[in-house]
Every structure is written in C-alpha cells, then in structure tokens.
Ligand binder design. Structure first.
Ligand SMILES: NC(=O)c1ccc[n+]([C@@H]2O[C@H](COP(=O)([O-])OP(=O)(O)OC[C@H]3O[C@@H](n4cnc5c(N)ncnc54)[C@H](OP(=O)(O)O)[C@@H]3O)[C@@H](O)[C@H]2O)c1
Length: 351
C-alpha cells in the first residue's frame, strides 16, 4: 500500500546540540520539509539511515562553521537513507516506491526486494550513501584497465589504506568484484584480517605490527608498481611522500580521503597538494577527495552489483541502532574502530 499523500505536520528527528564534544537529542516534533513550488522533488519516508565520520567532524568545528557548511539550525546528522517515496514528481518514481540515496535520490535496485526474502537486510541499502559512493568514486579515478576500457578489461593493482571501516569495506569489494582488479592490497589491524580477506583483499598489511610504507616498498619490488592508492586513514603523510617507490609514474594516482580536522592534518594535506615536484615535493599525482557527488548511474551500478551478489554492506551485530539511541551510535563511530557500517533504524516498513 502506498503511503497516504497527506503529509504529517511533524516528524521524529535527531538534532546535534551546539556542545563540545557534539551530542545529539531527539526531537519528536521536528518540522516536515516543505515541498518546493517548482522543480523535481521527492519527499521520502526514511526507514533506515547510517552515520559517517563527516557527521561528527562537521559538528565538532567551532560555530559558525557548521551552520555555514550545513545550513540553518538545528543540524540533523545522517545523509544516507533508504525509504519510501511519499510525495514525488520524479520521472522514475511513484509514491510508495523504495528509494535510496544521500543528498540525491534513485530508485532502489531492481531485484533487491527479492533479496530481502533471502535474508539481506533493508539497512544494507541505508548504509551505502557516503561510504559506498566515496569508495566507488575514488576507485573510478584510477587508471585501471576496467576504467580505461569502459568495463571490458580487467586487472590493475590497488592499495586501500583502511580496509575494515565503512569506506574500506565497500572499496575492497568494488575493486575486486566490480572493477575486477588483479590485486587488492589493504591495511587494518590484525583482528580484522579475516574480514577484509573475505571481502576480496588479496594482501593484508597489519598496520599495528608492520610499517605500511616499508611493506608496500617490499611488495612493489617483487611485483611491480601499483596503479592507485586510496587513503581512507590519512594518518601518515609518508605514505604519499614515499609513493614513488610503489605507485606507477605514468597515470598512477594517490587519492586522499580520510583526514583529521586538526591544524596539523590540514597543513600536511596542503603541503601534499601544493609542493611542486620540481621543488622537491611529491613525485606522484595527488588528489584530495573533498566531496562525494550523487550520480544516478553510479547508484544504479552499485545496485546491480549488490543484486548480483558482488557487494554487500557489512553491519555487525550490535551495530544497528534505533534512532532514539543515535548518541550511542556516535560514541561507537567516534572510537574509529568500527568494523563496517553503523545503521540507524528510523521506522518500520509498512509499505
Ligand atoms: N572526503 C569525503 O567525502 C569522505 C567520504 C567518506 C569518508 N571520508 C573520511 O574517510 C575516513 C574513513 O571513513 P570511514 O567511514 O571508513 O571511517 P570508519 O568507518 O570510522 O573507519 C573505521 C576503521 O578505520 C580503521 N583504521 C583506523 N586506524 C587505521 C590505520 N592506522 N590503518 C588502517 N586502518 C585503520 C579501523 O580498523 P582497525 O580497528 O582494524 O584499526 C576501523 O575499521 C574518515 O576520515 C572520513 O571522514 C571522507
């Protein structure tokens, strides 16, 4: 049954409080967004969402930066969603359709509903947003055979720094099963080795017991240079400064995704971006990944891979929180130790 077209006057929502460290409160009477008078719109009844480091990072900045970056108060965390279109004039959607997205929207993948019968969870779709699209978009930036050939060729070697977090789990699977890379190397702590191998990693570097830069130098000496490095961690500038030892010169790319919000982290990134090679700077292409965009064709591709069984969201027991407990979910995410994604259950699907 499609949802009734009459809009409720208020909704339940989480809001960030202007405190340090950032905390959340639940409003039972948050306003329902107004429908624009013109243009394409879809109002979604959100069923499940997820949280990402960007949520608490932006909220941690001193005011008025969060308000300038996100807009008017109060700030609601969580960009990712899966839900049912409530009211829409979108050409691909009708009221009641299952749809997913982050700041844009797409119809949920064909065939996913039948996967629900096979035990896949709706929450999986609600966690794709920022992490899944970032993983896909950073890998598409690489000079990989699949990307060069429009999907007909396979091969290439990728290093994903930070393979067990939200972005890493998608990156490994996309690189191995979607873009069909020959070698996917990743890093994580020892206890997560089995997880990342199960997702498709060929080589795993335990960053707690091994120096990642030295391990990549050694690997590359024996096997040749990498085509792409995606850095989801951003804790060691040497990974870039030493990249000429393990990243190919012609077309090789270093993509920085993870970064702290401290002055030293920003200074290190600025140096990497601006210090020219001729004056002794980095010897490989550096790209700072700033903003995850929303492209319908990429959502559709992601959905196809999911329904083909090539991609899944890793959500461990204990990592599905009700909206009322979003504060606890943030505490967990902020440890920086989450395996996979954290899902936020917002409502039951009454169709
Ligand atoms: N620019 C953008 O648009 C964009 C988009 C998405 C994400 N990001 C950024 O990318 C980063 C990662 O995001 P995420 O969602 O993946 O975060 P996350 O889920 O919080 O990542 C947690 C994971 O990081 C791993 N980790 C921590 N320190 C590590 C290290 N030194 N080496 C290897 N792995 C390490 C942990 O594994 P262990 O427990 O095994 O250590 C844990 O599994 C964040 O800084 C986020 O802000 C940016």
């Amino acid at each position: 049954m499609a949802p009734s077209n009459s809009l409720p006057t208020s909704q339940r929502a989480a809001h960030f409080m202007p405190s340090h460290p950032p905390s959340t409160k639940i409003s039972q009477v948050a306003p329902v967004p107004t429908i624009p008078k013109s243009g394409i719109y879809t109002l979604v009844r959100v069923l499940s969402s997820s949280i990402n480091p960007v949520d608490y990072k932006i909220a941690s900045l001193p005011q008025p930066l969060p308000r300038i970056m996100i807009g008017s108060a109060p700030i609601t965390p969580g960009i990712d969603f899966v839900g049912r279109a409530w009211q829409t004039n979108h050409p691909d959607l009708k009221s009641g359709d299952l749809c997913w997205g982050k700041d844009g929207i797409a119809k949920a993948p064909e065939g996913y509903l039948s996967l629900l019968d096979q035990g896949r969870k709706l929450e999986e779709l609600g966690c794709v947003g920022v992490a899944g699209m970032t993983a896909l978009q950073t890998l598409l930036m690489g000079d990989l055979p699949y990307n060069r050939s429009g999907g007909t060729e396979t091969g290439g070697r990728v290093f994903i720094n930070g393979g067990s977090g939200g972005t890493g789990i998608f990156g490994i699977q996309i690189a191995k099963h979607g873009l069909r890379c020959e070698t996917v190397i990743t890093s994580c702590s020892g206890p997560n080795t089995e997880l990342v191998r199960s997702l498709g990693a060929d080589e795993v570097i335990d960053y707690r017991s091994t120096n990642v830069v030295d391990a990549l130098k050694e690997w590359s000496r024996n096997n040749g240079p990498l085509d792409l490095i995606v850095d989801n961690v951003g804790n060691d500038p040497n990974l870039y400064w030493q990249a000429h030892h393990y990243l190919k010169n012609d077309g090789g790319k270093f993509v920085a995704v993870g970064a702290g919000v401290s002055l030293s982290a920003v200074t290190a990134l600025t140096k990497m971006m601006l210090w020219p090679r001729l004056l002794g700077g980095g010897k490989r292409n550096f790209h700072l990944f700033m903003l995850t965009s929303t492209k319908k064709e990429q959502w559709d591709q992601f959905g196809r891979w999911m329904t083909e069984g090539k991609l899944k969201t890793v959500i461990e027991d204990g990592n599905v929180f009700d909206l009322a407990n979003i504060g606890e979910a943030f505490e967990k995410l902020q440890t920086g130790r989450t395996r996979g994604k954290i899902a936020i259950k917002v409502a039951e699907d009454g169709h």
